[in-house]
Design a binder for this molecule. Structure first.
Ligand code: FA5
Ligand code: MG
Length: 388
């Protein structure tokens, strides 16, 4: 049948990019509880927006390459074609993510099978590249996460990882310890990158936690009247270096959110636009052109629909978002909890407001009503909630 054909051709495409075979077949998947990759995600594997020179993500990648090539005389080795299907070991264990960390759950990560995931970050490749002997490298790729729905979150996005390893003679001549030396160097590198890309922009450093770095930081940029997190970084945990043949070294690492940076760079208001093939959008971007500001072709009105239900113990917001995205695709702009209460019997009710809006055309009442109807039905049967 049709679905089968489509799936088979996707598997063929996958084999070409990564040499990893994954069983993808709707029938198999329904009966295989270890695979939670839906069709709308599966169909995006292999699209590689970051390797298209005329796409905002590709243009940004090349601009970042240029910064590293000129600032570090081409010392950084670049990878942009590593397979996004990785082992649990690569994605989590090798970067010291604890066994009980939430990011490992089926609620947060797409599993192809119990031991294989769609990478949730480009950090999945840190350890293998260190072992291969690289000490300066950049890894760009598509990453996948079950996540909330709004203008800055999408279940498939792109990251660029950077790692730099220092040998003892580099910090010994400074008056600081290895860790502070690396942290200072890291912040200077990323501040320089921000200046290279944006010129003057309002930004701030925030302390944070990652299992694989210490200390750890996030960089936020002021965009659309809010602080937006654009990257995570820090000084690499010594354990990672010790395990991968760099016992006497210190290193830093970062992971850039390329969509978020491209939104600032090109004034792109919504993350769904990166997936649009509308010519009115694609024609605005071309290789090497950094000064472009996106001109919305038209602003279409949003339409809001509320849905209320009594939740069950297993209910999660990510599961709801997955259902909504699966039915409405890129017509859904935001899913937001607007009411939450528990009654005397201990039953908890949630009300979510779903914003529908196309970036390309006006939606009709009829099509939105149909989407909402289908969402109500699926939410009830798949998420075991009771509609109110
Ligand atoms: C990480 O993924 C770390 N691996 C980054 C890192 C690398 C830290 C190396 C230290 C050393 P985080 O989950 O915060 O961190 O994601 C990094 C960036 O990806 C975020 O700052 C944000 O810009 C972007 N991002 C995260 N989730 C989404 C999403 N759903 N849609 C779009 N961009 C996202
Ligand atoms: Mg973060």
């Amino acid at each position: 049948n049709k679905v089968h054909k489509k799936s088979n051709s996707r598997v063929a495409a996958l084999l070409e990019i990564g040499g990893v075979k994954i069983a993808k077949d709707d029938v198999v998947r329904e009966s295989d509880p270890t695979n939670n990759v839906p069709d709308n995600i599966f169909s995006k594997i292999g699209l590689q927006l970051h390797r298209r020179d005329n796409h905002p993500i590709g243009i940004l990648k090349n601009a970042i390459y240029e910064y590293f090539d000129t600032s570090y005389s081409s010392m950084f080795v670049k990878f942009d074609d590593l397979c996004p299907i990785v082992s649990v070991q690569q994605n989590f264990d090798e970067v010291l993510v604890p066994a009980d960390h939430v990011s490992r759950s089926y609620n947060d990560t797409y599993y192809v099978d119990a031991g294989t995931v769609l990478r949730c970050h480009t950090s999945a490749h840190q350890a293998e590249l260190l072992r291969a002997g690289h000490s300066h490298f950049l890894v760009t790729g598509d990453v996948y996460r079950r996540d909330s729905i709004d203008s800055t979150h999408y279940p498939v996005f792109h990251q660029m990882e950077g790692v730099r390893v220092f040998s003892p003679n580099e910090w010994e001549v400074s008056s600081t310890d290895a860790t502070s030396y690396a942290a200072t160097n890291l912040k200077k590198c990323l501040e320089g990158l921000a200046r290279h890309l944006f010129g003057a922009v309002e930004m701030r450093w925030v302390d944070t936690y990652f299992p694989f770095t210490n200390p750890s930081f996030e960089l936020e940029i002021y965009f659309q009247e809010k602080w937006m997190e654009v990257l995570g970084c820090g000084v690499t945990e010594q354990e990672i270096l010790n395990r991968n043949g760099r016992k006497d070294s210190v290193a830093w690492a970062f992971g850039l959110g390329l969509e978020r940076l491209a939104m600032v760079l090109f004034d792109i208001p919504d993350i769904r636009l990166f997936w649009s093939t509308d010519q009115r959008l694609t024609s605005q971007f071309s290789a090497g052109k950094l000064g472009v500001k996106f001109k919305p072709f038209s602003k279409f009105p949003p339409c809001y629909k509320d849905i209320s239900f009594w939740i069950s113990d297993s209910f999660t917001e990510n599961n709801l978002c997955e259902v909504v995205r699966g039915i409405a695709g890129d017509l859904v702009e935001e899913v937001k909890l607007i009411d939450n209460f528990t009654n005397k019997k201990g039953m908890t009710s949630h009300c979510y407001r779903i914003a529908f809006r196309s970036m390309e055309r006006s939606l009709t009442d009829e099509e939105i009503n149909q989407l909402q109807w289908s969402i109500r039905e699926t939410v009830q049967t798949k998420l075991h909630v009771t509609l109110r």
